[in-house]
Design a protein around this ligand. Sequence first.
Ligand code: C2E
Ligand code: CA
Ligand code: CA
Length: 780
Amino acid sequence: MFLHSLRARIALVFVMLMLVAQAAAFVVINSVIVKNAHRNAEEQLSVAERVFAQVLHGNSEQLTQAASVVAADFGFREAVATHDGKTVGSALRNHGDRVHADVVMLVDLDGKLIADSADVGHEGMAFPFPKLIRTVATKGDASSFGMIGGRAYQLVAVPVKAPITIAWVVMGFAIDDALAREMSSLTSLDVSFLTVNDNGEWGVLASSLPQDARAALKDQAQLAEDGYATRILRLHSEGQAVAVLLERSMNEALAPFHRLQSTLLLITLLGVIVSVVGSMLTARSVTRPIAALAQFSKRIGRGDYAEPIEIRQNDEIGELARAFNQMQEGIAERERRITELAYMDRLTGLPNRALFNDRLQQAIAAAMRGNHPLAVMMMDLDRFKYVNDTLGHPIGDMLLCEVAKRLRAALLRETDTVARLGGDEFAVLLPTDDLPAARLLAQRMLRALEEPITIEGQLVDVGASIGIVTFPHNGTDMNVLLRRADIAMYVAKRSNLGYALYDERHDQNSAERLSLMSELRQAVEHDQLTLHYQPKVDLATHRVKYVEALVRWEHPTRGFVAPDQFIPFAEQTGYIKTISRWVADKAIGQCAAWRAQGIELAVSVNVSARELIQSSLPETFDALLHKHGVAPEWIWIEITESAIMDDPNHAIETLDRLHALGIRLSIDDFGTGYSSLSYLKRMPVDELKIDKSFVMGMSQHKDDETIVRSTIDLGHNMGLKVVAEGVESQEMLERLRALRCDLAQGFHLSRPLPPAKLEAWLAEWTVGNQQALAVAREQT
Ligand code: C2E
Ligand code: CA
Ligand code: CA
């Protein structure tokens, strides 16, 4: 665990290195010291050996000289020759004492003791070292070691000449502890004199060692083991072998080095401690900034870019810290960019749907906590597609930017949000406002868009539809609020109201919608739908050549359901396709049936915006015309103006194909869809139907009459027939006739009727017409 940290590992490596280095130095130095001590000891031994030889040689010279002096003394020689024992004895003693000889003897030519100064031997005894005398006789002088009476001596012999050799003077020093100590002080070694028997066993003759240490002197191997360097010198001896043992205690020899060793050990130890502390500090100075960087990157990980890391160092770690700071800035910048891209609409710079939803969610939470209302508005531009298609996408984009600018300017408060949800759809969030404020803002927004917009010299005219919901009145869930704002917006659009507040009646709940859907399916399958036909009367001839087919639903339990109540729903769900096919089949079949009866009626069929976009519409009609054997010019198709203006290019394409089949086209509800003249010119239409709201308003409002009149003129100028619908009175009929309107349709003439009733009405109308014509003819 401890070793997982970088700091510990660095410290450990340092300490190990240091230890190895110190240990190696210690071992090397130590071995040098020991080797040196041994060499020193050896050298000392060699020196001692030479000194020893020198001393022995000196002793031998001294003895020889003293002996020679005695031997040369005239009186002594005479005493020897005359066998004067007394004189010989005192002369020997005197001269021996002068050099402190321990033994002085006179030996005759037969090798027998004549005199002995120290009474070591006795008169007449054979001299124990004949070889010494033989050697001196041949070589001139000699020295030897030997044992006399259990003691060892260094001996020399000198001839007594008169003038031929008549005897031998032998003089010697005893080998005793005093000599050993003297030698020891000269060589600073322990010196012992030993006898060595035939088995190599040692006996101690004399020694510089204290008494108790002498017992340990057994053999050289034992001494080496005990820590002594030794040297053995065999002395030239007669009889039992005599040797000198020189000893050097290695412990003593090493003593000064031991001090050096402990000093060295101390230094090593200090080195280790210093290196431990040093490596810890180094490790910390490395790992502390690393820990700080790790902390810093964790902060970045959490998305905290508030502060950069502090840089104190100028080394690699400082460089790393700088790189971290650059990375932090880079990440922060990119995140800003990403957030911008994720939450901004790039064209207009307004918040996008994601951000709007975010803010709405937060606003809802805040409103719940604070127990206050909030309002949401959904806005859709009218005729935007038309602008986009006619003037091009770049203009469309500029228009959206201009709209965005105006909406932003229309906001009253900083806290309000206007967002572009996509396409020409915008949304507004008023986080603390209730209905009155929302209504006011909706009006401001609409007014802002009423101001003419000029883009690259082109005057562009757009309007908008706004749906308003409030929290908590219309819901407390974000998705519910948004969906309901959308529904309210569609209500505003359909009814040309500008803005609309959400109302529950707009929005059947989904269960109800689901059952309506299945009921609508049954309606087609169980033949609950029927078609009623409403005649269009020719205002000039009073003849009826055209009828409009209008769908009816005889619901088994609800009774009669008006098309306004299920057609919009069918459009939303896509079921309109099935209904339309059914209607077209039925209407074209009816047309064929009437023709077979000799009733020549052209039948108009209503088509929804959705189907217009659907490109298979012409094929469907073509197939039905063939199925029933009906000529295409007997069938008319009515399309509302707003359906065309939703997507003019697409609509024109489908209309062209229908027209190519020979089918006639009529623009329904004309006057409500803001179509431009240039568009009308491009469309292959044959008829305009003035919206019934203008026709019915004609008697009250001057404006409406103006619209009706100018529509009639416009249609005629373009070579189109003009139909007025919603004619509810004779007065309206007369007025329209005066305005030279071509056809009239309305309750005043006839309600939409089932086929049989229409046939009856037609018969009556024709008779009435004839009578009226007859009356008219009579009057003229
Ligand atoms: P629309 O195409 O404008 O049809 C004319 C509507 O005006 C019919 O309502 C008709 O009954 C009504 N009307 C006729 N004369 C008068 C009058 O003098 N005064 C008044 N107040 N109203 C009059 P209806 O049949 O309820 O149809 C409503 C709408 O339903 C139609 O408006 C049409 O848009 C749609 N619709 C009807 N049948 C079909 C169909 O088969 N297919 C499609 N796609 N839509 C249909
Ligand atoms: Ca119609
Ligand atoms: Ca109409």
